[in-house]
Design a binder for this molecule. Sequence first.
Ligand code: AR6
Length: 175
Amino acid sequence: MATDNPTDITLLRGDITEQHVDAVVNAANSSLMGGGGVDGAIHRAGGPTILEGCRALRSSEFPEGLPAGRAAATTAGDLPARWVIHTVGPVYSKEEDRSGLLASCFTESLRIAHGLGAGSIAFPAISTGVYRWPVEDAARIAAQAVRTAPESVPDIRFVLFSDRALAAFEEAFAP
Ligand code: AR6
């Protein structure tokens, strides 16, 4: 049976690019070449070295792109963080249950962060923007995933961009 991790989990409303943490998680797409939403905000605020890091990942580990549910780290450039961990959420589908892939974004990001020795990590609400995942459901999946992740970090923050997203995460993480 999975046991709860001895981590501090904080939920807050804010802009993830302003978080002083070791690792900032980016809701990227498989190309790793940037995009809109939180991805665009991270690349804008962090500067061009993040894209350079993404290009290096594409030419080494992920020539076909980063698959949904996987995660990989680059420098955080000018962000007040050490690393950006890029993960690719699944596009929401009513026909197909992709919740395992969404859960994997959280557990894989935590595994990478743990391997880097990160003490703190900030997550956005992965897949709930352009990829249309209903935020209440995404929050429930995130809560279950981080509570049972086999490898974790001591300080986990969820940085939500709207009151609605914050309320959904507060509900999902309520004891
Ligand atoms: N800080 C925190 N959260 C944010 C910020 C920010 N600065 N900006 C947006 N959000 P999305 P996805 C929230 O669309 O659904 C990109 O183009 C936003 O309100 O960024 O996983 C990628 O390149 C929403 O709740 O990511 C991919 O193509 C959440 O972050 C695609 O979008 C996620 O929304 C990924 O779609």
